[in-house]
Design a protein around this ligand. Sequence first.
Ligand SMILES: Nc1nc2c(c(=O)[nH]1)N[C@H]1C(S)=C(S)[C@@H](COP(=O)(O)O)O[C@H]1N2
Ligand SMILES: [Mo]
Length: 429
Amino acid sequence: MEKPESPVPAVQFDTATPQPGRRRFIHKSSLLALSAALGAQIPFGRFLPDGLIPVALAASDAPVPESLAAFGKRPDLVILGDRPFVAETPAHLLDDDVTPIDKMFLRNNGLTPAPTPDPDAWVLRIDGEAVKAPREYTLKELKTRFTPVTLQIGIECGGNGRAGFHPPAKGNQWTYGGVGFPEWTGIRLADVLREVGVTDQAIYIGYEGGDRHLSGDGARPVISRGCPIAKAMEKETLLAWAMNGQPLPQAHGFPLRLIAGGVPGSVNGKWLNRIAVRNKVHDGTKMGGYDYRIACTPIAPGEVSDNYCILEAMPVKSLITFPQSGSQHAFGKEVEIRGQAWTAERSIRSVEVSYDFGQTWKTARLDKPRNRYAPTRFHIALALPQKGYYEIWARATDSSGLTQPIVAPGWNTGGYGNNQIHRIAIRTV
Ligand SMILES: Nc1nc2c(c(=O)[nH]1)N[C@H]1C(S)=C(S)[C@@H](COP(=O)(O)O)O[C@H]1N2
Ligand SMILES: [Mo]
């Protein structure tokens, strides 16, 4: 007997063929993500049926166009690399209490994936040696099963400040702006891990995301980092789907990402589709060698050492966000100085400001951070003694008394964790 012919596979379009009067149109935020992915407006986008992938994305494996404009970023962000796409924020653009999306820095290690057309159906898998039984959740389930929280949590790339190291460290030459302070909405990772069940073997978590290797080869690994289980269980560690009240932009990990406080930015996995609870330190891509690791004991600049330890917490730091470096001010009027200060597990005890190259320091007024891991804003009005050129320096001190150094501390091969003070130049005329 002849084998019956297999049924003709349904063409993609069929499943979404519009039913007159009954079709659901695409959600505005998904539409924005799709136009970012296409690098073009979709003039009739409001008629795009929900769940239908634009043919240009579905038919080709074309990478998502990556540019400041395509990602909805301001043109005055500074591109540090375009493959992978990396852009930092000039310090004076970080003066908002909550960093707007168009000013937020961007750090990709691979290629931005095409946005999922159906975020509710996005699957997060929780597995690893130290879970009782692996489990999968759709994003819709995560949103409905657990209690959402909104927190302001800064992200700082581990390599922020790298340009200050001598001899120079290879990698993106971040100056000061690999940092931002958005507000995130999501659920606590701990709530999910408790429901799944974590054994007492748990040491670390590791993530995987939906981005692709720079070569475009889906089989090659992309970044897969993580953090100690204690950090994963902190109440400020989130599975976040919204940034500043909007669905995550594609570039920042739509539809789901990991957010933890005080860690190097690379822990905050974007396009998150898997979390493994490990019974050892996570050994994913970029967990070893000189990646996101610093010398365990101090070494001389340029020295070669194989005694490297994972950078797990970012050091105390501050930025002067107002005025803009290079600005002029009328002599005789006080100059208002503002900035942001932040640290990892501790809190900000004080921020001091100097206008005489560190000879004397004045204590700034601090605002209360909105929550743990939110930045502390500082303000001070300075009366500058005569007309001329000044440098304004700021240094933050944390609750344990650790303060920012004037020169780059702790040289390391990868150039991580530079928290030297930020300086701006101003003139009174
Ligand atoms: N999946 C995935 N997650 C990722 C990255 C990445 O390349 N892929 N980059 C990491 C790094 S190194 C940093 S500093 C932050 C940057 O977050 P942002 O691009 O949303 O600002 O995301 C982290 N999460
Ligand atoms: Mo990073």
